[in-house]
Design a protein around this ligand. Structure first.
Ligand code: NAD
Length: 259
């Protein structure tokens, strides 16, 4: 992992109990940041905090379902109350939904995927931006937000219509808010991973070797991404050398979007 120093800085991560959120929480903690991990999976979220503390880092767990605005407001208030500010926020909580043709997609799943993956990101951004605007700038930055989009936010994703609609929405929201707040010292970017090795992806392929082979055949690099690679991109986007980057959807996909 590239070396970053975020000593005494504060990072908030939603969906931090698993996969990409978990890897990013570990990377921020290793770089010296105070980490606030939020999720609906209390057991894994608390276990991760314990792991970080055992390694000499600082982490606390606050439960929040990102599709509930009150819970999100409480989360951001709790993080700011604990540490006085929120320097970095990774809006990562997300679900895949079902795999079905657009014409067959269930309304209940559509509404849930949009509620978590798009409205949830907006609720988080609203609360985080409100908090960041009250903070003194460190260097040029009052705060940095990174939204976890996907390559499904840039290109179509057959059988995943709600997911693709939500992720395209996240990219649009990221660009729009980036323009609105750039002069107030808040940078807002997105990361757009392709298939990355997390429980969400193993949930799609399961133990089906043929499904895994089909997935790999569609990736020019012929491998899955690693959660640590996404974490490194998030930390870079939060770092001072990235001070001129805002409104950018950073692709990490082994070449899929290039094709
Ligand atoms: N893994 C990939 O290939 C991939 C690719 C592109 C984008 N993404 C995106 O990255 C993000 C993380 O995915 P992952 O692969 O780490 O998945 P994951 O399932 O391993 O982790 C997602 C976490 O979000 C939490 N979560 C789910 N619903 C929530 C809610 N309503 N409120 C709060 N927390 C909630 C889960 O409990 C889980 O801990 C998601 O937004 C996903 O869409 C993943």
């Amino acid at each position: 992992m590239m070396q970053f120093s975020f000593a005494d800085r504060v990072a908030l991560i939603t969906g931090g109990a698993s996969g990409l959120g978990r890897a990013t929480a570990l990377a921020f903690a290793e770089a010296g940041a105070h980490v606030v991990i939020s999720d609906v999976n209390d057991r894994d979220g608390q276990a991760l905090c314990q792991q970080i503390q055992d390694a000499g880092g600082d982490a606390r767990y606050v439960r929040a379902d990102v599709s509930d605005q009150e819970e999100v407001m409480h989360l951001v208030e709790a993080a700011a109350a604990a540490h006085g500010r929120i320097d970095f926020a990774l809006n990562n909580a997300g679900i895949g939904g079902e795999q079905a043709l657009t014409g067959d997609y269930s309304e209940a799943t559509w509404q849930r995927v949009l509620a978590v993956n798009l409205t949830g990101v907006w609720y988080c951004m609203k609360a985080e931006i409100t908090q960041m605007l009250t903070q003194e700038a460190v260097g040029e930055q009052r705060g940095v937000i990174v939204n976890l989009a996907s390559i499904a936010g840039l290109i179509g994703a057959p059988y995943l219509s709600a997911y693709a609609a939500a992720k395209h929405g996240v990219v649009g929201l990221t660009k729009t808010a980036a323009l609105e707040y750039v002069r107030q010292g808040i940078r807002i970017n997105a990361v757009c991973p392709g298939w990355t090795d997390t429980p969400m992806v193993s949930g799609v392929t399961g133990t089906d070797a043929a499904a895994t082979q089909r997935m790999l055949a569609g990736i020019p690099a012929r491998r899955l991404g690693k959660p640590e690679e996404v974490a490194a991109a998030v930390l870079y986007l939060c770092s001072e050398p990235a001070a001129f980057i805002t409104g950018h959807p950073l692709v990490l996909d082994g070449g899929i979007v290039a094709g």
